[in-house]
Design a protein. Structure first.
Length: 262
């Protein structure tokens, strides 16, 4: 199994500075991997007491049965992870407030490549590091997968996002989150975070919500933030080259439009 090297944060300690309203229903923050999972998680954590946060695991399909307590109606918790769509996950989340975070597939290819090429990721793809493949080849591997080693982009988005469309899951765009973080004093940001937190079962935006959001979104608190990755990931460009954009559209036709991009 691959391992991820992530520095710890102190958000649990900072959480004690705020008065929290108890959750009445469990909440699960789901996402396509490399779509801002830790950013969303850290922000919402600042609005839920530590006692109602499920820190036992980052919940994924192979360990779902071991962590069903995270979705207990009798003891509501805030939990997070990558749960692909399946019969087991649909049953587990049937009475849970469910948020699914997605990202423009063009930018997702870059984020995934940076992560796999960084020293933060340890696993079966370590042989790609150290200049053994070009950045362009690595980007293509993020799109088309690697035979018997890594799934395709189309498979990842299909099972982690597309299949949840049309259910009770609320789809949230990473780009909207970033836009409103950049202008927290605006009325649009207030409306955005009001709606996001209501989807999480927090009916009233507290007066100090901006401070909480700033604390939770501090990139120094996220071990997977781009600037906190180390290794050859810095060689990945800021924008996906045109040919790779065309390859994304070829590999997963209609995906960007279905998710609200393009």
């Amino acid at each position: 199994m691959p391992t991820v090297v992530i520095k710890p944060d102190n958000l649990n300690e900072l959480n004690r500075n705020y008065q929290q309203t108890p959750l009445a229903r469990p909440v699960f923050l789901n996402s396509v991997p490399k779509c801002g999972t830790h950013l969303m998680r850290n922000i919402v954590r600042m609005f839920v007491s530590v006692e109602q946060q499920y820190h036992q695991a980052f919940i994924q399909h192979p360990i779902l049965h071991q962590h069903r307590a995270a979705f207990s109606q009798a003891s509501p918790r805030l939990s997070w992870g990558h749960l692909l769509f399946s019969d087991d996950s649909a049953i587990a989340l049937r009475n849970v407030r469910h948020i699914v975070l997605v990202r423009d597939p063009y930018d997702w290819v870059l984020a995934r490549a940076r992560f796999f090429l960084s020293d933060a990721f340890k696993g079966s793809l370590d042989h790609l590091k150290g200049g053994n493949v070009s950045v362009e080849a690595a980007l293509n591997m993020m799109i088309f997968g690697i035979h018997e080693k890594a799934p395709t982009m189309q498979e990842i988005f299909l099972h982690n996002a597309v299949a949840w469309l049309g259910t009770a899951a609320r789809i949230t765009h990473y780009e909207d989150l970033i836009e409103h973080l950049g202008d927290l004093d605006s009325g649009a940001a207030e409306a955005y975070f009001t709606a996001l937190l209501q989807d999480c079962g927090i009916a009233r935006l507290p007066d100090d919500w901006r401070e909480r959001v700033r604390v939770g979104s501090d990139r120094n608190q996220s071990g997977t933030a781009r600037e906190n990755l180390f290794g050859p990931a810095a060689d990945v460009p800021d924008e996906l080259p045109d040919i790779q954009k065309r390859l994304v559209d070829f590999a997963a036709p209609g995906l960007r439009q279905l998710l609200g991009y393009g």
